[in-house]
Design a protein around this ligand. Sequence first.
Ligand code: AR6
Length: 165
Amino acid sequence: MSAVRIAVVGGDITGEDVDAIVNAANSSLLGGGGVDGAIHRAAGPQLLEACRLLGGCATGEAKVTAGFDLRARWVIHTVGPVWRGGDHGEADLLASCYRASLLRAAEVDAHSVAFPAISTGAYGYPLHAAAEIAVCSVRQWAGEAMAVRFVCFDDTTRHAYDELL
Ligand code: AR6
């Protein structure tokens, strides 16, 4: 039996009642637009202070902070690849974001994790390919039991995940 239970939901990730939400950040970890901006607004200014101490994050890796004003206890900040045509290791880097995020979650004893569709907004990763990598990478998780929620901000994203699951 798989260690992962997967759900697809619509809406805003900042309201998720889970142990950890994942942020699609940039390598500075100092905030931005999209889901990153929404998470920083909802978590409050302490999140930026905590991020400053992390010294950035490489693409494909993940780092954890507290969730501050969020319902989620933790925020896992990961940096997805910018889409550059698909020949620049984008798929491996995106898969690595999901794996690294689940590893960080397990390290802080988080057993429920909400993911946005990493890299599919400002970073331009084609949605269907990204959703497939998201689902495959999460299904390969072989660690402790994990409830994963893919939080889809728009209907197009939701359809892409629904088709896969
Ligand atoms: N809840 C859930 N998903 C959301 C939310 C939300 N509140 N807001 C947007 N999305 P993006 P990226 C969806 O651009 O492509 C930032 O400036 C959005 O519709 O947020 O990884 C960072 O600082 C899309 O489906 O992230 C980086 O510089 C998905 O989240 C850069 O953007 C990802 O879109 C990262 O780009």
